[in-house]
Write a protein that binds this ligand. Structure first.
Ligand code: CA
Length: 451
């Protein structure tokens, strides 16, 4: 488990003024990673670290020779077009790079001029998915979400008996994960309208969001070698925002008996910035179980996990309709919650995933599952906020929404704040719904009459 060190000191200031402004997502205590290039250019994507309104270009840093030793090796690994090589180096290397960058970005650093030459302004950058994601696993770690959504699909049996024992998950689709700014077509598929005798085919009518966190695996484990919970977090590179878009009407028809398929694999959007577990150390909190619930089995339990295995990450979902955009209005908040309400921790997810010998690889992504909190305003999907589509939500401009409509944009935000620590943020994760594809024109098979 990462202890607090000099990089977390809330009194640290950077020589870059924009990093010291109140409310900034990227002060010197954060230092998250992304891959980027100059917008509209044909430059190669490369790793970068956010500071204030700038990006420290790791390729430029590696070339400059400013950093030495393990930090220089880590910067070199981070100079590639994906972060997998840096992720594979392990937590000691990430930590060495963080410490070296923290020292060179501080007020009074002798390296200020050298590092200044390695900065690219964030408004001039575009981003890519930070890793080659070999496998994407979506967990289901909010008991509130599991119960609320269970009520929609199985009113008589909302929370299945395995939930409080097993960190439930399923293998998702990595190829359709896109970076913030992703625009995707409303999916089409089969649905079974209530009371109908046969399924229909057409555009999804119940398109939803899922506010999640994405957990990037750093160093992997060998096939057949489980990761003990006391070492699980050493395998985690960091955390980003994740919107796991969901087609509820397609899901309702297809999900039994093997779980979601086409209702989830058409698009998932991640934020560019990955905040390391080391940066999140000040915002750890105790992992507890409600009175009367079973305690985790021994393999999912450790003293450190109980003491501070959870993270208090504040989360918000914003919705911007086409009308709001046309009227120059920003997105309206429709949900505020925290990751601290999750039923299972990051360490428990890693350990459970590997307990059968399954091998994780650098760049693999876990979804936390929809992070609904205990009350309705903390519900992190429309299916919960609207009670299964029965109660539309009212937006401040007088519009209503039950499900996402074409042109709607959804903006996820996340941040951490605690007395005695700097405030750090995750930036944003934006995605926009485009109209469904026009149906493929397919001639009905012509009747050929033989002469
Ligand atoms: Ca999900």
């Amino acid at each position: 488990m990462t202890l607090l060190n000099e990089t977390h000191n809330p009194a640290l200031k950077s020589w870059l003024a924009s990093a010291n402004t109140a409310g900034c997502d990227f002060p010197i205590q954060n230092l998250p990673f992304a891959v980027f290039r100059r917008k509209g250019s044909v430059e190669a994507f490369r790793g970068g670290v956010a500071i204030g309104d700038q990006i420290v270009d790791l390729a430029a840093v590696a070339k400059s020779g400013i950093l030495k030793g393990e930090a220089a090796d880590a910067a070199q690994a981070g100079a590639q077009d994906k972060l997998n090589a840096l992720m594979a180096l392990g937590s000691a290397a990430w930590s060495a790079l963080r410490l070296a960058l923290s020292r060179t970005l501080r007020e009074g650093s002798a390296e200020q001029a050298g590092l200044q030459a390695c900065l690219v302004p964030q408004p001039e950058a575009e981003y890519d998915v930070p890793a080659r994601i070999g496998d994407y696993t979506d967990f289901y770690t909010s008991v509130y979400h599991a119960t609320n959504i269970g009520k929609q699909f199985r009113p008589d049996n909302p929370l299945l008996p395995n939930y409080k024992w097993v960190p439930i998950g399923y293998h998702g689709r990595a190829s359709s994960i896109g970076i913030s700014g992703q625009q995707f077509r409303r999916p089409v598929g089969q649905t079974m309208p209530p009371g109908a005798e046969a399924p229909s085919f057409g555009p999804c009518k119940r398109l939803d969001i899922e506010l999640e966190l994405g957990i990037f695996i750093g160093s992997g484990n060998a096939l057949g070698e489980p990761v003990d919970i006391t070492e699980a977090e050493d395998h985690v590179f960091g955390i980003c925002l994740l919107n796991d878009w969901s087609a509820r009407d397609i899901q309702g028809w297809e999900y039994q008996p093997l779980g979601p398929f086409l209702s989830k694999n058409f698009a998932s959007t991640v934020s560019p910035w990955v905040v390391t577990l080391e940066a999140l150390a000040p915002y750890r909190t105790a992992f507890t179980r409600p009175e009367g619930d079973p305690q985790p089995m021994a393999y999912l339990d450790s003293a450190a996990n109980r003491a501070e295995g959870a993270f208090d990450i504040q989360l918000q979902v914003g919705l911007q309709t086409p009308k709001m955009r046309a009227d120059g209005q920003l997105e309206a908040s429709i949900c505020r919650t925290s990751y601290r309400h999750a039923y299972w921790t990051v360490a428990q997810m890693v350990t459970h995933h590997t307990v059968n010998g399954c091998n994780l690889q650098p760049g693999d992504l876990f979804g936390s599952g929809t992070l609904s909190g205990p009350s309705l305003d903390q519900a992190a999907a429309l299916i919960e906020l609207t009670t299964g589509g029965k109660n539309p939500i009212a937006l401040p401009n007088g519009e209503q929404r039950t499900w996402l409509e074409d042109g709607d944009s959804v903006v996820l935000r996340g941040w951490c704040e605690r007395e005695g620590a700097a405030r750090i943020g995750f930036g944003e994760c934006v995605g926009t719904v485009l109209p469904a594809r026009a149906p493929l024109s397919r001639p009905t098979s012509a009747l050929v009459t033989p002469d």
